[in-house]
Design a protein around this ligand. Structure first.
Ligand code: AMP
Length: 421
């Protein structure tokens, strides 16, 4: 059978051009499955792992809808995309702008997120916008200022819907939904599919088509996953060794706290590695700049919190390192999904120490993985007992109350075990 093409999906000539210009030669699995029902105006629940091309999967058919619809003297918001993070907002907005540039009447795209001055965004909304990509908080702020109206929205996208759920966005999300007309096309994308997403899907979608780009759990096969056993206190040194020995020139390192991001980046920097921290305490300007410098290869290593775990697209990212393990097994998939995007391959290395080995096993269990434990010469672990603090080393971000993970662990019957041999 011949390879599927974008042309066979029913996209207009303008949008086929846009795909070519963007370098998209053949549709990805999610694009193949999602574009035809979306062009028919159907609601959709997309289970799409990170890096699967899901942004274009919804942007292309929605752009076609915009091109086909009536034009009004005063633009009104016809497509609303809600996203959980500022970086993702900027990224999704860019995809709409780039693909939309090939249309006879390129749509006006407004990107709204917090952490930066509200005035330029208000100015940008003057005269209306066709597409709004927004984080919920800033969107509500601008609604309260009467900077835009949502009563003409024809299509709503909830991108990274699981994240929109678990960050305590529920109240904001409901307030936004209340502004929207009931009659609309609704699209919900999620890389993972916890029960809450199902409940949200049930409440928002009508006769939705469900598309799945790949197995919902587990990571893309192109990612080589490794676990290295190392004492917690030697992780920075080991990281430096790996970056140098493996000649990685673009590595994303996940740590549990902002403080750790600063500290690890500084230590690497002091030892001659081009490293920078990225976390939520930086100003939005700094965050944008650090990410841009990482993308244009001024830094080799970005040390970040889970701020960068979702949605961020860094072309050519060779390796992801879990310096601290993610709290939730789902976040493991999101983190390692930053590499091996769009068909490339990548490496994901997790550090496991005596205190975090049990948690690593829990992640493997939840993701149906069995990963061998490696040791690096000169870094063989010597600590056998977990430190007295039960969660030390996993993150240092938790309070005394048992977390969801603690409960999962208890339910799985896992207790901190001996160090691997
Ligand atoms: P996403 O999952 O939307 O973040 O997309 C991941 C990456 O895949 C982005 O860099 C896109 O530009 C790229 N991409 C999306 N669709 C295609 C395609 N059909 N062919 C090649 N690359 C694509």
């Amino acid at each position: 059978m011949s390879e599927p093409t974008f042309a066979s999906l029913g996209l207009s000539a303008d949008l086929l051009h846009a795909c070519l210009d963007a370098g998209y030669l053949t549709p990805t699995a999610i694009q193949l499955d999602a574009i035809p029902p979306l062009l028919r105006g159907q609601d959709l629940l997309g289970l799409a792992p990170t890096g699967s091309g899901k942004t274009a999967a919804f942007a292309l058919p929605l752009l076609q809808r915009l091109a086909a619809g009536q034009r009004h003297a005063q633009r009104r918001v016809r497509v609303l995309v809600l996203v959980p993070t500022r970086e993702l907002a900027a990224q999704v907005g860019e995809v709409f702008r780039r693909l939309g540039a090939s249309c006879a009447h390129p749509p006006k795209v407004a990107v709204l997120f917090g952490g930066v001055s509200v005035n330029p965004q208000m100015m940008g909304l003057r005269g209306g916008a066709d597409v709004v990509v927004a984080t919920p908080g800033r969107l509500l702020d601008l609604l309260e200022r009467n900077a835009l109206r949502l009563d003409g929205v024809e299509a709503l996208v909830l991108d990274e819907a699981d994240r929109l759920l678990d960050l305590g966005f529920a109240a904001e999300r409901e307030r936004v939904l209340a502004e929207l007309p009931a009659q609309r096309q609704t699209l919900l994308f999620s890389a993972t599919f916890p029960q809450e997403v199902q409940a949200l899907a049930d409440s928002l979608l009508r006769n939705a088509t469900r598309v799945e780009a790949a197995a919902p759990d587990g990571a893309a096969p192109a990612i080589v996953q490794r676990v290295i056993s190392v004492d917690a206190g030697r992780r920075t040194e080991l990281l430096r060794r790996l970056v140098q020995d493996e000649k990685w020139d673009r590595v994303l390192v996940f740590v549990a706290t902002r403080h750790a991001a600063e500290q690890v980046a500084r230590k690497l920097h002091d030892r001659g590695v081009y490293a920078a921290p990225l976390h939520g305490e930086l100003s939005q300007g700094q965050r944008t700049e650090v990410l841009a410098h990482f993308k244009d290869r001024r830094y080799d290593v970005l040390v970040t919190t889970d701020l960068a775990a979702r949605g961020i697209d860094i072309p050519g990212l060779e390796a992801v390192v879990n310096y601290d393990l993610p709290r939730s097994p789902n976040d493991y998939v999101h983190r390692i999904g930053r590499t091996a995007r769009a068909g490339a391959s990548g490496i994901a290395v997790s550090f496991a120490s005596a205190g975090t080995e049990a948690h690593m096993r829990l992640i493997e269990k939840r993701q149906n993985l069995v990963l061998p434990r490696e040791q690096v010469a000169g870094f063989e672990p010597v600590e056998l007992e977990p430190p007295p603090q039960p969660e030390a080393g996993v993150g240092g971000i938790k309070g005394k109350r048992p977390s969801k993970k603690d409960k999962l662990r208890a339910a799985a019957g896992l207790t901190p075990g001996p160090a691997p041999d």
